[in-house]
Ligand binder design. Structure first.
Ligand SMILES: *[C@@H]1O[C@H](CO)[C@@H](O)[C@H](O)[C@H]1NC(C)=O
Length: 293
């Protein structure tokens, strides 16, 4: 009987002092870990969905200067990277979007059927000759061959707009002096929106380099138009707005509609006259809805 009280009295005392020591150690450890966390030496695994960054966009959208320095590589096809040109209108330049072979393929597909370019007649929905557009061109069929199909799939991957919403590729040729005056790609008439609704976005692929002129100009773009790194290379026409130099294999995406789906008048754009050399390009127009052939 005498042992039991002793045992009872002794045990709690011993365990309480061990517990205090253990607590002190744990608290010191926690404190130490907090300091390490605070200093950023340790980091907690991030399981929160909101702050996780599975795709770091800085790897595809790079500073234009930095990427221009490392332009091109040994196979001649260069890195693909995206440059934000403007937010009003929304315009983005995909560098090295096409391969050289694809550019040449589109040109040779189109060459036999090039005709003087027409503009859409807003009264009849047909096409008519125009002085504002002096190039020649032709339409390819959507998915005309495997290479065209591959290009169209890539365009859809990059623009996030389904292939079905696209018209067939148009291939255009501008010789010295030829141009396309500033215009909108969306329609204001009833007839032309019957198939697939209005146009939502345009992808313009440059299939050749142009020695001088031939810029794509956005005269209604908001912002400082002389801020572009290539300002000094622009023609007089190119300096009348925000301009993109035609560069073989690059593709320019611009939106005719704002994110709220209203038509964007700042998407006004033109093709400057070619001054030296000649310009081949290809256009993909996308509609709001499926564009049935
Ligand atoms: C526009 O940009 C150019 C070149 O960066 C600069 O020299 C000029 O001061 C800018 N103009 C305005 C109005 O911000």
């Amino acid at each position: 009987m005498a042992k039991k009280p002793y045992h009872l009295r002794h045990q709690p005392r011993k365990s309480s002092s061990t517990t205090t020591q253990a607590f002190t150690v744990i608290i010191l450890l926690l404190f130490f870990i907090m300091i390490l966390l605070g200093l950023g030496i340790l980091s907690l695994p991030n399981t929160s969905r909101n702050s996780s960054r599975p795709v770091d966009l800085t790897t595809i959208i790079r500073d234009s200067e930095e990427s221009r320095e490392s332009y091109g590589n040994e196979d001649g096809n260069g890195d693909r990277w995206v440059e934000v040109i403007s937010w009003e209108p929304r315009a983005f330049l995909y560098h090295n979007f096409m391969t050289n072979e694809e550019c040449e393929h589109l040109i040779s597909l189109a060459k036999p059927s090039m005709k003087k370019s027409k503009v859409v007649d807003v009264k009849t929905g047909g096409s008519k000759d125009s002085r504002v557009r002096t190039s020649s061109g032709t339409f390819l069929k959507r998915g005309q061959d495997e290479i065209v199909e591959e290009i169209e799939n890539r365009i859809s991957d990059f623009t996030f707009i389904p292939v079905e919403n696209g018209e067939g590729l148009q291939v255009l040729h501008y010789e010295v002096g030829q141009k396309y005056e500033p215009h909108h790609d969306y329609f204001s008439d009833e007839y032309n929106v019957k198939r697939g609704g209005n146009r939502i976005a345009t992808v313009l692929m440059y299939l050749s380099d142009v020695e001088e002129g031939g810029e794509t100009v956005f005269p209604a773009a908001k912002g400082n138009i002389s801020d572009v790194p290539w300002w000094n290379e622009l023609s007089q026409c190119g300096r009348e707005g925000l301009s993109v130099l035609p560069k073989k294999r690059d593709a320019l995406l611009f939106w005719s509609a704002r994110p709220d789906a209203s038509l964007d008048p700042s998407s006004l754009h033109g093709g400057c006259p070619v001054i030296k050399g000649n310009k081949w390009s290809s256009t993909k127009w996308f509609h709001f809805n499926e564009y049935t052939a």
